[in-house]
Design a protein around this ligand. Structure first.
Ligand SMILES: Cc1cc2nc3c(=O)[nH]c(=O)nc-3n(C[C@H](O)[C@H](O)[C@H](O)COP(=O)(O)O)c2cc1C
Length: 180
């Protein structure tokens, strides 16, 4: 892979000069992608045994209003991978600024996540977390292979917003929005 990249020290490195290792390239790409500030969501579903499954996600984005479509991507290594890619429904919860602990909880691998938050069964039994800025209940419309992740396209069936300051993720850290 030829990856020209502007390094932090201002040097441009490409295949005609020193070739960074794949690990260095991967780290540089990850750091550069991290310049893009996002919100933070928790996506939930049920696994084949009916157990609640959830994970923290910042790849969420809007796709289309007509029909109403959203997307996010799940890593192949995620313990919830099968549940999300084989399930029929999922719910996306937009976290508020004071819900960093929920983001950390659902970013933990296989932890007892649902024993530590307030939630209820929503439509199609999909777990709905209490007190988030917004949620979208979706039908899984399509899975699209995307390298080490799979992109999930969801048709929005139901949604609501209660608002509040959002939790923001930027350069690997949680941030607050600057005041108006
Ligand atoms: C802010 C933040 C955003 C994340 N976004 C994603 C994402 O979009 N897709 C993904 O697969 N993992 C994402 N992760 C990592 C997962 O939350 C993490 O791998 C989690 O352990 C997965 O849970 P599981 O392995 O129990 O399914 C994110 C983590 C954090 C902290």
């Amino acid at each position: 892979m030829k990856l020209a990249q502007k390094m932090n020290d201002g040097m441009t490195t490409d295949s005609s000069t020193a070739i960074p290792s794949p690990a260095d390239q991967s780290r540089a790409l990850r750091d550069t992608l991290g310049q893009f500030a996002t919100g933070v969501t928790v996506v939930t579903c049920r696994d084949a045994a009916g157990q609640p499954v959830g994970m923290t996600v910042n790849s969420f984005n809007s796709v289309s209003l007509d029909p109403p479509l959203v997307l996010w991507s799940v890593g192949r290594e995620s313990l919830g991978y099968d549940a999300f890619t084989r399930g029929e429904h999922f719910a996306v919860h937009v976290l508020k600024a004071d819900q960093q602990h929920i983001s950390n909880l659902f970013a933990g691998r296989g932890a007892d996540k649902f024993g530590q938050v307030h939630w209820r069964p929503g439509p199609d039994q999909v777990p709905l977390l209490d007190d988030c800025a917004a949620h979208f209940h979706c039908r899984l419309a399509q899975c699209i292979e995307g390298g080490d992740h799979t992109i999930l396209l969801g048709e929005v069936l139901e949604f609501s917003a209660s608002g509040g300051e959002p939790l923001v993720f930027h350069r690997g850290r949680y941030r607050a929005l600057a005041g108006d």
